[in-house]
Write a protein that binds this ligand. Structure first.
Ligand code: HSE
Length: 396
């Protein structure tokens, strides 16, 4: 018997989902054991000319009230109507899958609890790392581990921009325009450039790794606007690559910290050579050690690949445990990253601070080097009287 899904949103990722559901129908049928098709596509824009134009509806209640639709795939983005529709789909007893990191980071706790109550799935493999299998390995294959850390490059747009700066000396604006043209960037690319997209993703990973809700407003995000070609050049000379990293790390006991910031990654580290739009996440478990997950973290078909896999999973895993979840926030476990010591890359005006850093390099009256581990406050105290031009944490 035919199994039906409905798609919400036919933008970059949604159109990829529609294309893949049609083009790979034979593989989907093999995986699910029955034929699978999209019955509806909710899209307000004019879609005439699209191969799936006959499926377009404008009213969500058509989907909500159709008992043949067992899975709703949300590719609208944001937490406005996307939140309303996913909530209503779950309450109507349908499984939901989504690529929407903002929705899961901000509303995941509530939506997962509705899914649990209703005995349906809420799956979000595409929300972090695009096409990279990450959420499912984390919650299934690594389930026996205490996860101690997760750190990675989870925003393709910023990694693309930094790679262009490092490899080609291209400036920020030109590289951003190209990332937009290629369909990597968010509708408002400041979410990429200012680290907000990565922040949402690290919140989801921290929720899953540490088991309690981490509200996005708690985590600080520093984007890449402050990374200059001078920083990139000094970092290269010192043996490091500048990467926007999202990190969450267990400290003593159950306490943990998380942040998003440009960091210097030493050459030879698994993350140092991850270039272009690619994403990579290193998960550290107490039994397994480091596991690297690498692949295309943005873009239409890689993201669609993860969304469609979730549709398949929701359709075929009828009797298994239907939910993953996490507990409400436990503020007592949160550690502010400003209190955690790191080594720092510092670029500063030539002055008397050279004694504070190792491997000091100088060029055109500017110096750069790496400090011993210290907190941001200690760094500012030590450089008192010397102008800091930029300061980025160094990855161990
Ligand atoms: N804008 C995001 C990125 C899309 O560049 O990674 C995938 O979440």
């Amino acid at each position: 018997m035919m199994k039906y899904a409905a798609l919400l949103g036919a933008g970059v990722v949604g159109a990829g989902v529609a294309e893949m559901m049609q083009g790979n129908a034979a593989y989907l049928e093999k995986s699910v054991g029955e034929p699978v098709a999209l019955k509806y596509i909710l899209e307000p824009r004019d879609c005439s000319g699209q191969p799936w134009a006959d499926k377009v509806v404008k009213d969500f209640s058509v989907i909500e009230n159709d008992p043949e639709v067992s899975v709703v795939a949300e590719c609208i983005g944001g937490v406005g109507v996307a939140y309303d529709f996913v909530r209503r789909a779950l309450l109507a007893g349908k499984s939901a899958v989504t690529s929407n990191k903002q929705l899961i980071a901000e509303k995941g706790l509530e939506l997962l609890s509705i899914a649990k109550e209703k005995g349906v799935f809420l799956l979000f493999e595409a929300s972090v790392g695009g096409g990279i299998p990450l959420i499912r390995p984390l919650t299934n294959c690594l389930a026996a581990n205490r996860i101690d850390a997760v750190a990675g490059i989870v925003n393709g747009t910023t990694n693309y921009i930094l790679t262009q700066m490092i490899d080609c000396g291209q400036d920020f604006d030109a590289a951003l325009k190209e990332a937009q043209r290629l369909g990597y960037a968010e509708a408002d690319p400041s979410a990429d450039v200012d680290g907000i997209d990565a922040l949402r993703k690290i919140c989801i990973l921290a929720d899953l790794c540490f088991g309690s809700n981490l509200p996005p407003e708690k985590v600080s995000a520093e984007g890449i606007r402050g990374v200059s070609l001078a920083d990139v050049a000094f970092a290269e000379k010192l043996g490091y690559s500048v990467k926007l990293l999202a990190c969450a790390r267990r400290l003593e006991g159950e306490r943990f910290t998380a942040f998003v910031a440009p960091m210097l990654v030493p050459r030879g580290n698994l993350l140092a050579d991850v270039g272009g739009v690619m994403n990579a996440v290193v998960v550290t478990g107490n039994a397994v050690g480091d596991c690297l997950f690498y692949g295309a973290g943005a873009g239409r078909m890689p993201t669609a690949s993860a969304v469609v896999a979730d549709i398949i999973d929701a359709m075929r895993r009828g009797n298994g445990r239907k939910f993953i979840d996490w507990a409400p926030e436990r503020p007592e476990l949160w550690a502010d990253p400003r209190e955690v010591p790191f080594r720092w890359f510092v670029r500063y005006q030539n002055g008397c601070a050279n004694a504070i850093v190792d491997q000091c390099l100088s060029d055109n009256g500017e110096c750069a080097g790496i400090t011993p581990p210290m907190t941001r406050g200690e760094l500012e105290e030590k450089f008192n009287g010397t102008e800091i031009l930029s300061a980025f944490r160094v990855k161990d």
